[in-house]
Ligand binder design. Sequence first.
Ligand SMILES: [Mg+2]
Length: 241
Amino acid sequence: MAITALTFDLDDTLWDNRPVLERAEAGHYQWLSDALADSSPEVGHAFITHYPLHAYQQHRLDVARRFPLKRGDFTWVRERALFEMVEAYGLPRLRARLWAAHAIAHFLDLRHDLTPYPGVVAMLDTLRQRYRIAAITNGNADLKRLDLAEHFSAMIAAGELHAPKPDPRAFLAALARLGAQPSQGLHVGDSWREDVLPAQRLGMQVAWIDAKNEAPHDLPPGVHRLTHVRELPALLTRLTS
Ligand SMILES: [Mg+2]
């Protein structure tokens, strides 16, 4: 059946996400510690000395264990962890909630300070003339904040749906929004576990962005290995000719 719908993973598919997350992770946490030192000198010692970054990361794992239904919503888990830590640090509950919310706003600012791979915007612009396009992400990137929303007919924030990939519901929701059967869809993503396997099992075709060069895998039927998303238009030409 002809491909009419494309679904895209975002992080590490349309841009290099590791440096973005490293900057956002360290940046918002330092910002919070500095802000607390300025506003609450009575509490004393620096927040980040008392709770170094690795303690925050551990605390997020603990929050995810205690709130299993919310664990796919990374932004919620971050905010909850910060709230609990700031309260334990000695601030009243309401102020702890406010500081956590401020820090998350700062995290999201930093998290959207990114540049798609060269050529991605032009590629999407061309593809959308022929295909209906959706994004499916487990992360917290907001296409509207990246000036990319106009290229996508649908955006599935799978973590917030409590059905993060590899849960097939995220893919089915995207296909439904695009009015396509799985056999009419091609998913583009970098993760073997979260992108390739679930999409392939639904009967979609898959463009696997194997940027880390994990090949050779035995590629199941319908899975096509690319090393960069820029190779996608040539693949689509091969599949449709
Ligand atoms: Mg990815």
